[in-house]
Design a protein around this ligand. Structure first.
Ligand code: TRP
Length: 450
């Protein structure tokens, strides 16, 4: 077991679960899920998404924990150790850490918008009234060079501050504060949504599966999103798993984390759709749902501004606990592979991530005409690269590694730790060997040939 002085471990099972739930619950749940579910017709998409979480997401999460925990190392070292130093597999580890690096660089820009909106709702949207004026604010936020740079910096600085504290005093402690607060805020907003006239319609929209609305593109989008929302394929869960003690039950933990994550995604829909429906708007508004449609309706609601503030603080908190799980794999890599101290291993990568994110922060304004690939801005290119190429590829490698390469005795031992659910082993292993690789390859082929 390779433990350096700066390598930490979780203080408790609850702390670990909250940190993983914090990683999973993020912009993906509150910003992305409601709008992609809206675009794909609601219930049927939700159903397929649940199937993907269950049959692909959870099995791969167990793989990540098994790889991380069995080596107590960050992804690059873990793949190296378990493969007997194979360069190809070390490459798979590097791919995940690189994906975390790139994702954080622009995730932080979107999180910066959420922070910017906290500021805007506290100040009453600068006195703007009327749907058009308020909806138009997003255009300004999106294309504000100074604003984007400032909030991108502020968000990376907060993330860095937490990761500097290390596993227990930083990540675990922050998760213990952020996650319960997040749930309280969700329930306050839900209590409001339940009283809205559109609530019934929202429940039907989310839970009634109209299968005729489902397209094959929708199915593959659900699968891709199930990866993203569970924080798979970028070393987050692997690194968090590496701080686990050997007797923790990773199978049950994966279920708990995935249920919490799914619950938040569904709650986000049950909060936003009733509000959207009650004001006669449409959940198919795309990425602008959170940043355009929600402020418009908040401005028309009684106590709208405090509610808007609460909503954007919620979004910021969700993003923050995810962002720390993206910085941590990079930091852990520097600690494990380069022998850096935690302070150095946090500050230098964080500064690099900030700088690498600058072109994304400027993609709404001075770089909006600069197209890296096709019609895509720098921001869009990074998003495409991470979500459609690096993440599915790394996910595929993880499943293939555990299914075909890793020593089966280690795999079995990992699966059986804690209170073993040994009966499920063969079902899980079947998923990992056959179902996950096929499913992920299908998504991959779909997105690159689109
Ligand atoms: N799961 C987070 C969200 O839903 C984002 C995230 C954090 C992530 N760490 C990750 C996504 C690792 C993929 C891989 O917003």
């Amino acid at each position: 077991m390779s433990e350096t002085a700066d390598r930490g471990h979780w203080g408790s099972r609850l702390g670990f679960l909250l940190a993983c739930a914090g990683s999973a619950v993020g912009l993906g749940n509150i910003w992305k899920f409601p709008y992609i579910a809206g675009e794909n017709g609601g219930g049927a998409f939700v159903l397929i998404y649940l199937v993907c979480i269950f049959f692909v997401g959870i099995p791969i999460m167990i793989c990540e924990f098994a790889i991380g925990r069995s080596t107590h190392s960050s992804p690059v070292k873990a793949f190296g150790e378990l493969s007997g130093g194979s360069k190809g597999w070390i490459g798979a580890g590097i791919l995940s850490v690189a994906a975390a690096f790139v994702l954080l660089s622009f995730y932080s820009v979107v999180a910066g918008w959420a922070m910017h909106y906290v500021y805007l709702s506290v100040t009453g949207f600068g006195g703007a009234t009327g749907a058009e004026a308020i909806g138009g604010i997003f255009g300004e936020v999106f294309s504000s060079t100074k604003g984007n740079l400032f909030w991108h910096f502020a968000f990376i600085a907060m993330t860095t501050g937490i990761v500097l504290g290390g596993v227990q005093a930083g990540i675990e402690r922050a998760s213990r504060i952020l996650m319960p607060t997040l749930f309280i805020m969700l329930f306050i907003l839900l209590a409001k949504a339940v009283t809205m006239p559109g609530f019934g319609k929202a429940v039907t929209f989310v839970f009634y599966p109209d299968l005729s609305k489902l397209s094959s593109a929708g199915i593959l989008e659900a699968l891709g999103h199930s990866f993203f929302t569970l924080s798979l394929g970028m070393g987050s869960m692997m690194t968090y798993g590496s701080y686990l003690k050997d007797d923790f039950d990773i199978v049950r933990s994966s279920f708990v984390i995935s249920v919490l994550d799914t619950a938040v995604a569904l709650l986000a829909c049950l909060i936003m759709y009733p509000i959207i429906f009650s004001f006669g708007m449409d959940p198919q508004a795309g990425p602008g749902l959170v940043f355009k449609s929600m402020p418009i309706v908040f401005a028309q609601m009684p106590f709208g501004m405090p509610l808007a503030t609460l909503f954007f603080v919620l979004l910021t908190f969700a993003a923050l606990s995810s962002a720390i799980s993206l910085l941590e794999p990079v930091t852990a890599y520097m600690i494990d592979n380069r022998g850096w101290s935690r302070v150095k291993a946090t500050l230098i990568p964080a500064a690099a991530i900030f700088l690498f994110g600058v072109p994304s922060a400027l993609s709404g304004d001075i770089l909006s005409g600069y197209h890296l690939v096709g019609e895509k801005t720098f921001f869009d290119t990074m998003d495409f690269l991470v979500s459609n190429i690096m993440m599915p590829l790394a996910g595929l490698f993880i499943a293939v590694f555990v299914g075909y390469r890793m020593d089966i005795e280690i795999v079995k031992k990992e699966f059986a730790s804690g209170k073993p659910l040994n009966k499920l082993f063969s079902v899980w292993f079947f998923m990992v060997k056959y179902v996950c690789p096929v499913a992920v390859t299908a998504v991959f082929i779909h997105v690159i040939t689109k």
